[in-house]
Design a protein around this ligand. Structure first.
Ligand code: IFM
Length: 721
């Protein structure tokens, strides 16, 4: 278990929100926050459902949190034995990353409450737990356990028309407000001790009260099974939830756990990075890989991953460019079927992207900046709340962050390049690329004074500078998208009729000609002493230090961007922008280019987004500055263990787990430190191992082949598995 588990001792109410994130268990279908069994709404408990959204009144749409079927509260001799109610002599929370099991042990004196919990990977609709109560006193005990509807919602409530049924299986049925999606949660319990059960239905859920007599020295174990289904999964969610609860109870907790662990063993075989030489980094990397794998959509083949994973409703449970640029690489090289699912989500949501383009008066596909189901745009025009006036601030992420379409086209091309598999392109990927290119054609600004095409009024990855002209990153994404649209003809050269038919269906003939003309004319960035100007006029902004800008803040939660933000008139940027460009298009730039830009932009970057550090680390490797890469790697990999990352954007809570940083940790280790690149099916390594790492070993998948790669300071080897 070395470097494979993480433990926190002691109870600190101030840490409850952070612990909810870092002790999160998830299985792609749902995520259950790491709160104790007896937690009420104040601890932000949640079972967040992937891909189920709801809008309450005129508030932001967000994912639905289901009722919590693992609720359990012990009352011993009339006193609640719960954190916050009774004094805890000791309290330990521990997560075993290898097996994806969360353990809690609280010594209340008269009783030690120990629990083990899993979000089953073998059966994604199942949550199960084992509670062991060790009594140090005689007395009368009641275990109040059932399905709690005392839910944390940011913009809720989302569930209505509760209908509770008691019996051997408790059933809580409800429907979502907006789309009337049925949600069913069941719960059953098994134990061997003799006890009396009574049922209780309250405004806070449906429960059983298990009353029993205990003697000091006695240990009693309860196994709890809870199933969750919605009307999006099956026709009769309640029936399915009852069925699963019954069969899981019959199989028993140990069997459920065994099946779950077997699934996790398979995952680790496919992607586990073994980092030797630094225990903290090894643990952080294991944690990162755990969080990212646990939210991967394994139960579906066309789902993506929200920016805060399944750790709650922050960021509206929406899918951002994070998926294509930061999450995709690990899956692409280790579990390509999951990479395909992330991309199929974009293929399937093309109608949403077309609709958005139309809404803005453009053609083609303009993908949602914050994509919810069906590609619906979740991003509002007022995405930040001002900390002084508490008024919503007009932000332009939704309308101006046009690089999103290019990011998706980039990822589709990466999938094809790395896997050599054309199937996704055939199944709609080519159409997406063509439609994104068409969007960029219609979004171009022609100049009368020259032949160049500008992209005016955009936002690049650095969100602090809104509405800029010719963001270098955006223009390159546009160019790459157009190039690849034109390359598709070659990709389908063995099936020309099929490709021509696609062009005809899309009525693309004129656009094809326009693409050919546009390609060479897209504005190239200004370059000064080798430094790429982030956007037109960036070099003219106030060039000051990060500390100077920080010192201008009046409120620590103040938003740095937008019209009045402290960063907007300066060269201080939120996150890697030009550096992201260099990291994503390494072949376009020399080592000298990378070095010059790194040295310029690094001191000017706030790293106010968890997406930033990984790009700086990758490019630091490229220029042989492993010691700098190491620092950024540690930041990225440990983000969720430390509870790092910004928690507030203005008045809005944005905490949770950070999948993009988790994916970034894999990218740094494999693409940066090991220097892996794959082209035309052949594997190359250009290692840049920091001194802190003695050995790096990881598996990758290429087509039908699996390799184990080992890198040390002495050299590297690739073994076929
Ligand atoms: O996609 C990012 C964006 O680049 C910065 N703000 C947070 C988003 C979600 O992670």
């Amino acid at each position: 278990m070395e470097h494979e588990s993480f433990t926190i001792t002691g109870y600190d109410p101030e840490r409850v929100v952070q612990d909810g994130n870092r002790f999160l268990l998830a299985n792609g279908y749902l995520g259950i926050r790491g709160t104790v069994e007896e937690a009420d709404r104040s601890s932000l408990p949640a079972v967040t459902l992937a891909g189920v959204y709801d809008q309450y009144q005129d508030r932001w749409r967000e994912p639905v949190n289901a009722p919590i079927g693992l609720f359990a509260k012990l009352i011993l001799n009339g006193k609640v034995m719960g954190l916050g109610n009774a004094e805890a002599h000791s309290h330990v929370f521990s997560i075993d990353y290898r097996n994806a099991v969360l353990t809690r042990e609280t010594d209340f004196g008269p009783v030690v409450f120990r629990s083990e919990r899993i979000a089953s990977l073998a059966e994604p609709h199942l949550l199960t737990a084992s509670l062991t109560l060790s009594f140090n006193t005689d007395g009368e005990a009641v275990l109040l356990t059932g399905i709690s509807t005392d839910l944390w919602d940011i913009n809720g409530p989302h569930l209505f028309d509760f209908h509770n049924t008691t019996g051997e299986i408790l059933l809580c049925e409800s429907i979502t407000g907006e789309k009337k999606i049925p949600v069913a949660v069941t719960q059953s319990v098994s134990y061997e001790h003799s006890a009396e059960e009574m049922f209780q239905i309250t405004g806070e859920g449906v429960f059983r009260r298990i009353g029993f007599t205990v003697k000091a020295g006695e240990k009693i174990t309860f196994s709890i099974f809870s199933a969750v289904y919605t009307g999006l999964d099956v026709q009769e969610p309640a029936k399915q939830a009852e069925r699963l609860c019954a069969i899981s109870k019959a199989a028993g907790y140990s069997e459920c756990k065994r099946a779950h662990i077997t699934e996790w063993e398979n995952i680790w075989k496919q992607c586990r990075i073994d980092l030797g030489g630094n225990e903290d980094a090894a643990l952080a990397l294991m944690a990162s890989q755990f969080y990212l794998n646990s939210i991967a959509p394994r139960h579906a083949d066309n789902l993506s991953i929200p920016a805060r994973g399944l750790s709650g409703q922050t960021y509206k449970g929406a899918v951002f460019w994070d998926s294509e640029i930061f999450l995709l690489p690990m899956f692409l090289y280790t579990q390509p079927q999951i990479a395909a699912s992330l991309l199929r989500y974009r293929i399937d949501t093309l109608p949403g992207a077309r609709k958005k383009a139309k809404e803005y008066g453009y053609r083609g596909a303009f993908y949602a900046w914050e994509s919810q189901e069906g590609g619906t745009e979740g991003c509002t025009n007022f995405n930040v709340v001002d900390v002084f006036t508490h008024r919503p601030v007009r932000t332009y992420f939704r309308d101006k962050q046009i690089h999103i379409s290019g990011d998706i086209a980039y990822a589709l091309w990466e999938y094809y390049r790395v896997t050599g598999d054309r199937l996704l392109l055939e199944q709609g990927g080519a159409e997406v690329i063509l439609e994104c290119a068409r969007f960029y054609l219609s979004r171009a600004s022609a100049r009368l004074d020259c032949d160049a095409i500008d992209y005016a009024d955009v936002i690049g990855p650095d969100e602090y500078h809104e509405r800029v002209r010719n963001n270098a990153f955006t223009n390159q994404m546009v160019r790459f998208c157009m190039e690849n649209a034109l390359r598709l003809k070659e990709v389908f050269s063995d099936k020309p009729e099929q490709f021509e038919a696609l062009l005809d269906r899309l009525d693309y003939r004129t656009d094809w000609e326009l693409l050919v003309k546009a390609l060479g004319r897209i504005r190239r960035p200004n370059i000064r002493h080798g430094v790429i100007e982030q956007f037109d006029g960036y070099f003219d902004l106030e060039d000051c230090r990060l500390e100077t800008v920080r010192s201008r803040l009046v409120n620590p939660r103040e938003y740095w961007g937008g019209d009045h933000g402290v960063a907007g008139t300066t060269q201080i940027i939120k996150q890697a922008d030009v550096i992201a460009l260099l990291a994503l298009f390494p072949e376009n730039y020399s080592d000298e280019d990378v070095a010059a830009n790194w040295m310029y932009y690094e001191p000017r970057t706030e790293h106010g987004s968890s997406l930033s550090a990984c790009m700086y680390a990758l490019t630091a490797c490229r220029i042989g500055r492993e010691e700098l890469a190491w620092k950024y790697f540690c930041d990225t990999a440990s983000i969720d263990l430390r509870g790092g990352g910004k928690q507030w954007a203005g008045d809005i809570y944005i905490g949770g787990t950070h999948p993009a940083a988790n994916g970034g940790a894999w990218m740094i280790a494999v693409l940066g430190f090991a220097g892996l690149s794959v082209s035309n099916g052949s594997i190359e390594l250009r290692p840049h191992l920091p001194v802190q790492i003695k050995r790096l070993q990881f598996p990758i998948t290429q087509g039908n082949k699996h390799y184990l790669i080992t890198v040390t300071h002495e050299g590297w080897k690739t073994e076929e598995l």
